[in-house]
Ligand binder design. Structure first.
Ligand code: ZN
Length: 476
């Protein structure tokens, strides 16, 4: 009887070489406070200079989500204090973000899709990092000034499933565009969830609660489910007004609960004003034109794969869900194997063998090698079953060549009719009684003869050729 109303704010770190307002590198994992300079340390008198590469990446994103890219946008100071924010304010965009009014589509398993509006995407700087260990707290400012694109969705999302589908699609788009590495473990793709509930059919928006800073699809799903229950319970128990109020909560991954972190400020409390150190951002026509030249995106690639290769919508969605999988698939096709086999061997056999978060990009067996295995099935050199053994072997010994492994494991299929006929003759001679029964109408004995040949050949006989030869022999 209640529905959830969810809007998502996603912060992605743009993969520029240097920070958004200074020339410090953005590399991850350096010794603390080594990627810093007077600008990102906020020393008196230091002045920010906008990194044009961050702007270009924001423009590409705007095009990718069919949004308005504003020719003029401005940077504001968002004032608040935090130990990892040495200036005492964050440079962000407020009244005029660079990107506004976009959309993306999420795809359900049944083939339907749904539009999710994108309210805005704006550029801002990341803060540093506080680290708390025992009695000590330290601040690392390497991350301070890393360019962020904050992408805010409309409150169009109605379930945890939709939220995760939206995030996965957004993640894929960002990776296809190559504007961020979107590495969730390293925090370059993180999400705040705004969630409220309302009785189904009610159009009003009720109090929303923010769950902050999550970087795992699974935890985001759990946090949403927990928070929905909490708000519904409060409503049903008649304590909604006391227990659900505008605040920021954190998801505790240990307990699976959300807990209060702090009251959420209204934007007025940040005292936004245009940053006097930065001029308005004016985009030239050339920049907008350059930014509109974006690579093929997941939805387009999905359509194209379906049309060009006749693969099913669901398979196409699985393959295009990540840029890595899509590139792997296309590399296999380029090797000349059939699309149908490429789908199976990539999404079932290979991905089924990758464990613990390993993606196809890190797979020991590359696309060219996997295609070589498939080619050996297609030309009748090995059976599908033998091919699985070859793949198993290559996963452990990726440096070997496919044909060498087939040879080494003795898996080469015997298709040579002369060799097979010899075997067949022997088997028929040894089973004369069964041959008689077969000829008298006991058809199902055919399987027995095939089995005997496969056994005699230790599984290497080509079943198609065996079938054909046996039929000829038994009917003669
Ligand atoms: Zn710096």
């Amino acid at each position: 009887m209640f529905e959830m109303v969810i809007g998502l704010e996603v912060h992605i770190q743009l993969n520029t070489k240097t920070k958004i307002f200074c020339a410090c590198p953005t590399s991850f994992g350096e010794a603390p406070n080594t990627n810093v300079c007077p600008v990102c340390l906020a020393l008196p008198g230091a002045l920010p200079v906008l990194n044009v590469e961050a702007v270009k990446k924001a423009i590409s994103f705007g095009h990718a989500v069919n949004a308005t890219v504003h020719k003029k946008s401005i940077f504001n100071r968002k004032n608040y204090f935090y130990p990892d924010l040495p200036k005492g304010y964050q440079i962000s965009q407020f009244e005029i973000p660079i990107v506004e009014n976009g959309e993306l589509y999420i795809d359900f398993k049944d083939g339907s899709s749904k539009r999710i509006g994108i309210t805005r995407a704006h550029l801002e700087e990341d803060a540093g990092k506080n680290m708390h260990e025992g009695e000590e707290s330290r601040v690392d400012l390497n991350r301070a000034g890393t360019p962020l694109l904050e992408i805010v969705s409309d409150p169009d999302i109605r379930s945890a499933e939709e939220a995760v589908l939206y995030l996965k699609k957004l993640h894929a788009i960002v990776r296809y565009l190559d504007i961020s590495d979107a590495n969730m473990q390293e925090g370059s793709f993180r999400c705040d969830v705004n969630i409220s509930i309302r009785p189904k059919g009610d159009e009003k928006l009720y109090t929303r609660v923010e769950i902050k800073n999550m970087n795992s699809f699974r935890f985001i799903q759990k946090a949403i489910e927990y928070e929905f229950e909490r708000q519904c319970d409060a409503w049903e128990d008649g304590v909604y007004d006391e227990e659900v109020f505008q605040e920021t909560r954190l998801f505790d991954t240990q307990t699976g609960e959300t807990r209060s972190m702090r009251g959420k400020e209204d934007s007025a409390e940040y005292r936004y004003f245009p940053d006097p150190d930065l001029l308005p951002v004016i985009l030239t026509d050339e920049m907008i034109e350059e930014g509109s030249r974006i690579p093929e995106l997941p939805d387009q690639k999905k359509e194209r794969l379906m049309q060009e290769h006749g693969i099913k919508a669901y398979d196409a969605a699985v393959i295009t869900a990540s840029a890595d999988t899509a590139h792997y698939f296309e590399a296999m096709i380029a090797e000349g194997v059939s699309a149908r086999n490429a789908v199976t061997w990539l999404t079932v056999e290979l991905q089924g063998r990758l464990s613990g978060g390993t993606t196809v990009a890190d797979s020991p067996v590359g696309a060219v090698q996997l295609a070589a295995i498939v080619r050996r099935i297609e030309d009748g050199s090995i059976s599908g079953k033998a091919a699985k053994e070859v793949l198993d072997h290559l996963m452990a010994h990726p440096d070997k060549a496919v044909d060498a492994v087939i040879e080494e494991l003795g898996l080469k299929q015997v298709s040579d009719e002369g060799a097979l006929l010899g075997m067949i003759d022997e088997i028929l001679a040894a089973n004369a009684d069964k041959v008689e029964e077969y000829r008298n109408g006991k058809d199902k004995l055919f399987g027995f003869f095939v089995g005997q040949v496969m056994k005699a050949s230790k599984g290497t006989a080509n079943p198609g050729v065996v079938n054909k030869l046996l039929k000829e022999k038994l009917s003669s």
